[in-house]
Write a protein that binds this ligand. Structure first.
Ligand SMILES: Cc1cc2nc3c(=O)[nH]c(=O)nc-3n(C[C@H](O)[C@H](O)[C@H](O)COP(=O)(O)O)c2cc1C
Length: 213
């Protein structure tokens, strides 16, 4: 399988860093082809702005949605966006790994989604290409994430509510919207206060999950 691994954590020596390294090793062992977008290491610019387009159809007023639809036809995206788009086109499976920041993904990854999975590229409301007719039909995706809070807090009836439900704004409203099949999320709760033993168990559990892909 061709796999794009999109990863966001600012510290290579973190638990997330160890999870990412484990996954990359396991994927190689299984002879998958892997491309990595390590967003902090790349210093990826997450801010969508006029510079995203090398050519403007409406130069007087900046309408990002309109320009993205046009650029999807002409290829007038900035080089850093195009590079990431090529990786997405190439991949059969996209894995997104990140620590939970305010019950969502870190801003650098949200910015990658804003700029790379642009209107006209993964979906196109103008041509009714979404969900069953999403432009990424045939691709799959999976979220891998860690929390500081315990599972009870992120369960139904817990103070925050079910984390899987919160993640639907990503899995359903972004990925399924674009036509992708969503694999069950791999969640590691309370990652910031784990014992070494539990950390090692969680790394092994993730290695097995990756092996079974
Ligand atoms: C800005 C910020 C926001 C955070 N928001 C949450 C949150 O909403 N819920 C939660 O459970 N943990 C939250 N955390 C904690 C991280 O998710 C946790 O420290 C991380 O998953 C642990 O992984 P690491 O050891 O690889 O950094 C937040 C951390 C930061 C820095």
């Amino acid at each position: 399988m061709k796999i794009l691994y999109v990863y966001a954590h600012p510290e290579p020596k973190s638990f997330n860093g160890a999870l990412k390294d484990t996954a990359l090793t396991a994927l190689k062992e299984k002879r998958h082809e892997v491309k990595l977008s390590d967003l902090y290491a790349m210093n990826f610019n997450p801010v969508l702005n006029e510079g995203d387009f090398t050519e403007r159809k409406k130069p007087d007023v900046f309408k990002p949605f309109f320009e993205a639809i046009q650029a999807s036809k002409t290829g007038a995206f900035a080089p850093d966006i195009k590079e990431e788009m090529e990786k997405v086109k190439w991949a059969d499976l996209l894995i997104f790994q990140f620590p939970i920041f305010f019950t969502f993904m870190p801003a650098i990854m949200k910015g990658w989604i804003d700029r790379v999975l642009a209107p006209g590229f993964g979906f196109n409301p103008v041509t009714n290409s979404a969900y069953d007719t999403g432009l990424f039909k045939g691709k799959s995706t999976m979220l891998v994430t860690t929390t500081g809070a315990p599972k009870e807090m992120y369960s139904e009836g817990g103070a925050h509510g079910d984390l899987n439900k919160h993640l639907e704004s990503i899995t359903h409203c972004i990925f399924e919207y674009m036509g992708m099949k969503v694999l069950p999320s791999h969640i590691i709760y309370e990652a910031s206060s784990m014992s070494k033993e539990r950390g090692a168990e969680e790394i092994e559990r993730y290695r097995k999950r990756i092996f079974e892909l």
